[in-house]
Design a protein around this ligand. Structure first.
Ligand SMILES: [Zn+2]
Length: 427
């Protein structure tokens, strides 16, 4: 449904009035150091968000992963609690239903920050801290977008939900994965989904690249370092593997240029890079084992199974030419690339909402990494799912991460207008 100019103005003015409250809420969230791994202070952060939504009139429910499944769904989480929170504002009818989701876990602060990464510092029109951009900013925007509609006394015809989830930074199984498993996000129930990741306030993200993380172990035969010819050096075998990937796989995959608008443009091709290597124990011992981990990113034109087959055939080729070559390979994580259609209501609503606030239609983008959109699209089967949220992607996971207040405010307005357009309303 079209959102007339007078309603856009009312929402816009209302969000401007709430600016300080919005900034304070984001700053308060940043102060909760929800570093993942291992996933600290999740309960505290989920409750902070849940209480804010309750105060704003949502029905609030918590979906905590049961103790006996924590190890399965969060293997790197040291058994710490995994808590999801869902706010719900029923409109005149149950349907259509729009679900906003953001993740509240953050990557460890690390590095030499010039501000306290968990101080919630607000300075010169920016909010600083780990998660200020990625992506507590998106959670603040989704919660205040719904509140702006409520404070204007505009009643929604459909229903809006707003969830905040953990573990996106470690795969999301105990977060959005769990909401999908429990049917809290499902194809029957959920018509539209907006993941509020920091993919820039002026872009609508329609998907992400795929991921294939894997480990190769080379096996050797230990012997004295003074007589290496009597053994088989596992590290040297790993050098052969890395050289073969560089010579045979990389040139081929780097030549695949995607037609999709992956940001930054440097990421518009597939990449394969070694990221971890372990082997050897002592300077005078020829090592019998070496393990290396690799990060392969897939453009939407590729898929995981073909890529995995390609690396297996490369390893088998080495084996054929070298009888002493022995290896094991295992997947660490796999995510298919995701792309949603652009002719859907959710995309159109956010293009229009963007135009109303920014004066021009937002561009499309595709994320270079992967995010929780994968669960909604591939597991729940909902293709009306976009990623839209404030915060520059370029600052995610870096030191002195921040979000501009102005961008936070604009994204909040766009989310509110997008929701009105999708759900219908009576002003
Ligand atoms: Zn994120």
């Amino acid at each position: 449904m079209d959102v007339p100019a007078n309603i856009v103005d009312r929402i816009s003015r209302r969000v401007d009035e709430m600016r300080e409250e919005l900034v304070t809420f984001l700053s308060d969230m940043v102060k909760v150091p929800t570093e993942n791994p291992p996933g600290r202070y999740y309960k505290e952060c989920a409750q902070l968000i849940g209480e804010k939504m309750r105060g704003f009139g949502h029905e609030v429910a918590y979906a905590e992963v049961p103790k006996d499944r924590i190890h399965e769904l969060a293997p790197h989480g040291n058994g710490l609690p995994r808590v999801n929170v869902v706010g719900r504002m029923r409109g005149e009818k149950e349907k259509p239903l729009l679900h906003f989701n953001g993740h509240y876990d953050v990557v460890p602060a690390g590095g030499n920050w010039t501000v306290d990464p968990f101080g919630g510092v607000v300075r010169d029109g920016k909010i600083y801290g780990r998660g200020a951009s990625d992506q507590k900013s998106g959670i603040a925007a989704q919660v205040f977008a719904i509140e702006a509609i409520r404070r204007e006394g505009i009643s929604l015809l459909g229903t809006v939900e707003s969830s905040a989830t953990p573990d996106e930074e470690s795969g999301g199984q105990a977060g959005v994965g769990y909401l999908v498993e429990r049917g809290i996000i499902s194809k029957d129930k959920t018509d539209y989904c907006v993941i509020t990741e920091c993919l820039d306030y002026d872009k609508i993200c329609i998907g992400h690249r795929g991921t294939l993380w894997f480990e190769v172990k080379t096996k050797g035969k230990m012997c004295h370092g003074s007589m290496p010819v009597l053994g088989v050096n596992a590290i040297e075998k790993m050098v052969t593997v890395i050289n073969a990937f560089n010579a045979k796989i990389r040139p081929k995959i780097e030549a695949i240029k995607t037609a999709y608008p992956v940001m930054p443009p440097e990421a518009r091709q597939s990449s394969l890079t070694v990221t971890v290597i372990n082997g050897g124990a002592k300077v005078n011992v020829v090592p019998d084992e070496c393990a290396a981990q690799f990060d392969w990113r897939l453009v939407p034109e590729q898929d995981v199974s073909d890529s995995y087959a390609e690396l297996l055939s490369c390893l088998e080729e080495i084996k054929r030419s070298d009888p002493t070559f022995r290896y094991e390979v295992s997947k660490i994580m796999e995510t298919e690339p995701t792309i949603v259609p652009t002719d859907t209501s959710v995309v159109k609503a956010f293009l229009e909402a963007g135009k109303a606030i920014l004066g021009r239609e937002p561009d499309f983008s595709v994320s270079p990494g992967s995010d929780d959109q994968k669960y909604v699209v591939h597991k729940a089967g909902i293709d009306q799912c976009i990623v839209y949220g404030p915060g520059p992607l370029s600052l995610a996971h870096k030191i002195d991460e921040y979000v501009e207040v102005e961008h936070l405010v604009k994204a909040t307005k766009i989310m509110a207008i997008g929701a009105l357009s999708l759900l219908g309303f009576k002003a």
